[in-house]
Design a protein around this ligand. Structure first.
Ligand SMILES: NC(=O)c1ccc[n+]([C@@H]2O[C@H](COP(=O)([O-])OP(=O)(O)OC[C@H]3O[C@@H](n4cnc5c(N)ncnc54)[C@H](O)[C@@H]3O)[C@@H](O)[C@H]2O)c1
Length: 394
């Protein structure tokens, strides 16, 4: 047994059974793998035994840079690593770019390995359905990497809606954006290319805004979507002057959206009005608002939208027949030893689900509906007309 002092402020400790260590591998040793490895390293019941990347030498350098000793890294891709039976993998983190979410996930599940898959679930709805079918057959856990779910402020949105304080929800405006925030990075274009990312702002940060509100209202099924997407900034060679790492060559490979909007009809007569931007000529497309028959909730946006509550929320309701505004203060993050509190929780809840045989902390049964909306927006935008959302039997 070991104690993790994850909450130093009130001296709360987590007791973790270390009698058996879970053997974990990392697929894709790029940007976000760092946060996964740092979180696994904080877990006394985990051994990081392997890592792989398509780029030769990248996994070895990555493990070295993160102080992971003894991990095997000589694999040319996820298949070779998973085929290495000497590793006895219990779980993998799939940290590959969006177009490479499906293959490693399916291959791991088919080999009896639990999967923590980075967001978004996938690029298309069909890919997500394929993964879920294999997940179901395998009986293994597939959890999707929505760490904002671990934020107490996000959980508060759900508590407010579920308490009935707003009455029946009938309209939601959500989304967010950045005035200039295309994820350019030095020597990296995997967010920008169609053959790696597949979708841009729509999936990258749009999936978070959708999850924020859909999780709160219990993930009703989406029925129809009218969607729009554009790429006026990413394809502009002059855009790069606005961002430190941007360079004109980024514009030449840009193959995804940098803005998307949609009008979505959900089961239960609920309307979802959505917009998301990596770049636009305004600081924010507005706060998230949830309108119900008894009350409304305003959730402030942020200038650099990344799936967080931007400030104190306000509930607009009636008390004793008077119109009242109740401010819900921001809940501060616990003081913790974790390098990244939300990632620490995202990984811990995944490991606990494996050990306790419980449901994935962020289950595919919910995120498939998120993906169906992203897919519907992309399809509708391409067709220039409203589309129906039909999710095949899993
Ligand atoms: N949860 C978050 O906060 C968060 C933040 C950033 C990125 N992400 C998500 O993480 C994913 C990866 O993003 P990133 O910034 O790390 O990208 P990245 O391009 O830096 O890294 C991806 C790596 O995967 C490797 N790869 C691709 N296919 C592979 C395969 N089949 N086998 C082995 N290696 C493979 C690539 O060579 C690359 O090194 C994306 O889907 C992104 O949306 C999540």
């Amino acid at each position: 047994m070991a104690n993790i002092n994850a909450f130093m402020e009130n001296n709360e400790v987590e007791t973790i059974d270390t009698s058996r260590k879970l053997r974990v591998g990392i697929i894709g040793c790029g940007g976000i793998a760092k946060s996964h490895v740092n979180a696994y390293l904080e877990m006394p019941d985990v051994e990081i035994v392997a890592g792989c990347d398509l780029v030769p030498g990248k996994a070895a350098a990555f493990m070295r840079d993160h102080g992971v000793e003894g991990a095997k890294t000589e694999y040319k891709d996820h298949r070779e690593m998973i085929d290495d039976e000497s590793l006895k993998l219990d779980a993998v983190s799939v940290c590959t770019y969006n177009r490479q979410h499906k293959d490693p996930t399916i291959y791991a599940l088919e080999h009896g390995i639990h999967v923590m898959l980075e967001k978004p679930f996938s690029v298309t709805l069909d890919e997500a359905v394929e993964m879920m079918r294999v997940e179901k057959k395998s009986g293994k856990i597939l959890s999707i990497g929505f760490q904002p779910r671990m934020d107490a402020n996000m959980q508060m949105i759900k508590k407010i809606v579920q308490s009935g304080e707003l009455g029946d929800v009938y309209y939601i405006q959500t989304g967010g954006g950045r005035r200039r925030g295309i994820p350019f990075a030095k020597d990296k274009d995997s967010f920008l290319r169609d053959d790696t990312a597949g979708l841009g702002a729509l999936a990258d940060i749009g999936c978070y805004s959708l999850d924020m509100v859909l999780n709160a209202i219990g993930y009703p099924k989406p029925l129809t979507v009218t969607g729009y997407k554009s790429a006026f900034f990413g394809k502009d060679r002059n855009y790069s002057r606005y961002q430190f790492f941007g360079c004109p060559e980024h514009a030449d490979v840009f193959g995804v959206d940098d803005f998307a909007a949609a009008f979505v009809r959900l089961e239960g007569g609920i309307i979802l009005d959505f917009r998301i931007a990596w770049a636009m000529n305004v600081n924010t497309p507005g706060d998230t608002i949830i309108l119900g028959t008894k009350g409304g909730l305003r959730i402030p946006s942020t200038d650099c939208w990344n799936g967080s509550v931007g400030g104190p929320m306000t509930i607009y309701h009636e008390v004793a027949g008077e119109q009242v505004e109740t401010v819900v203060p921001i809940i501060p993050r616990p003081k913790t030893t974790a390098k990244n509190y939300l990632f620490n929780r995202k990984i811990r809840t995944f490991l606990d689900a494996i050990k306790n045989g419980t449901e994935a902390p962020v289950p595919t049964s919910q995120i498939i509906l998120n993906q169906a909306i992203l897919d519907g927006i992309a399809r509708s935008a391409d067709l220039g007309q409203e589309v129906k959302i039909e999710i095949p039997e899993i």
